[in-house]
Write a protein that binds this ligand. Structure first.
Ligand code: PMP
Length: 355
């Protein structure tokens, strides 16, 4: 067993998460975290759980949280699964639904963790190139051999696919699981959750890390047919019986219950995003029409990597990818208006110096 895992680990390409700078004044726009704190009621719920309760194991089945999520989305409790961040839920999905010997399809230019999991769990995958304009070639995802996974909206391109196309893909893959990773859906259009009753091969994965400011608590969840939830639970139980810890559990519940705060911060990000698109365009960037809490932008003349290095020296982190096709792009998380003002000012200066 040890041998098996160590050889698997060697084959796997590690995922390198966004950099952290240990400077208090860092403007951190590189990992798509929410720039606003979680709701005060979340903080209060965590405080309430930090005393004697910590002696006790958390719920094995996360019933209260699953029920809160089910109410929020209008589904049943047994159609919800929770895990330690959506990364864990996605890893469990690879183990539960994809098989060695059956090729799955992912887009080429997508969330960089999918190939990592595919290699780790020995799942062959075909990376289907996005269209010239970075949209998803819908029909290329029909009739996959082993299943499909992609984000909607996609990352790092920030583009959202209309639900009718998602439905076509799910329909054309009956008998295989289609995982739609909706990490950024709260900044976009409709969720595919509404389709789960119609398709028992659709798994919708969401996270509390982005629109709900809880990246540090690690809570993600999946919604789908009860048989898919059972398969995920079997995988989870073979690693760790407890789904998430007590603090994460109460934090997540409180977040879903404070709809007013959620809407307020969500809207603030949407407004800043549209202002940022305009401002970056004025600075000479071509910005894709984002439906996420980040912008994917390329400068018409300046080198993206050089810009990212110059910004880093200023204490501003944005994401640059060294991969073909997108090496001229930057992925910039939507921050607070103050953070964005600092970004524009520094960009303007660097663009003048480079130009
Ligand atoms: N999916 C996508 C597309 C993402 O960008 C991210 C965040 N890096 C995740 C999943 C994972 O989010 P988390 O594990 O914090 O829930």
């Amino acid at each position: 067993m040890v041998k098996l895992w160590s050889s698997m680990a060697k084959r796997a390409m590690p995922y390198i998460p966004g950099e952290q700078l240990n400077r208090a004044d860092t403007v951190k726009l590189n990992t798509n975290e929410n720039p606003y704190p979680p709701s005060p009621s979340v903080v209060e719920a965590i405080r309430g759980e930090t005393g004697d309760a910590l002696r006790l194991y958390p719920s094995l089945t996360a019933d209260r949280l699953r029920s809160t999520i089910a109410d929020y989305y209008g589904v049943k409790d047994d159609e919800v699964f929770v895990g330690n961040g959506s990364d864990e839920v996605i890893a469990f999905s690879f183990m539960a639904f994809f098989e060695p010997g059956r090729t799955i399809r992912i887009p080429d230019i997508t969330y960089s963790f999918y190939p990592v999991y595919a290699k780790l769990f020995n799942i062959p995958y075909e990376a289907v190139p996005l269209n010239e304009d970075f949209t998803l070639p819908i029909e290329s995802f029909y009739q996959s051999e082993g299943g499909v996974i992609f984000p909607n909206p996609n990352a790092p391109t920030s583009l959202y696919i209309d639900l009718k196309y998602i439905e076509h893909i799910v329909e054309e893959n009956r008998g295989r699981v289609v995982v739609i990773d909706e990490a950024y859906i709260d900044f976009a259009g409709a969720s595919a959750v509404g389709l789960i009753r119609k398709y028992n091969n659709l798994l919708v994965v969401q996270t509390m890390s982005k629109s709900r400011s809880l990246a540090g608590m690690r809570v993600g969840f999946a919604i789908g047919h009860p048989s898919l939830m059972e398969a995920l639970t079997r995988v989870k139980d073979s690693f760790n019986s407890y789904p998430i810890d007590r603090l994460a559990m109460v934090a997540a519940e409180a977040s879903f219950k404070d709809q007013v705060y959620f809407e307020k911060t969500r809207r603030a990000i949407l407004v800043t995003r549209e202002q940022a698109k305009k401002r970056l365009t004025e600075l000479g960037f071509d910005v894709l029409p984002s439906q996420t809490n980040f912008l994917f932008a390329t400068h018409l003349t300046a080198d993206a990597e050089e810009l990212s290095v110059r910004l880093k020296n200023d204490g501003i982190l944005v994401r640059h990818f060294n991969s073909p096709r997108i090496e001229r792009y930057l992925r910039i998380t939507v921050g607070t208006n103050d953070q964005m003002a600092i970004l524009y000012e520094r960009l303007q200066l660097h663009l003048k110096n480079i130009g």
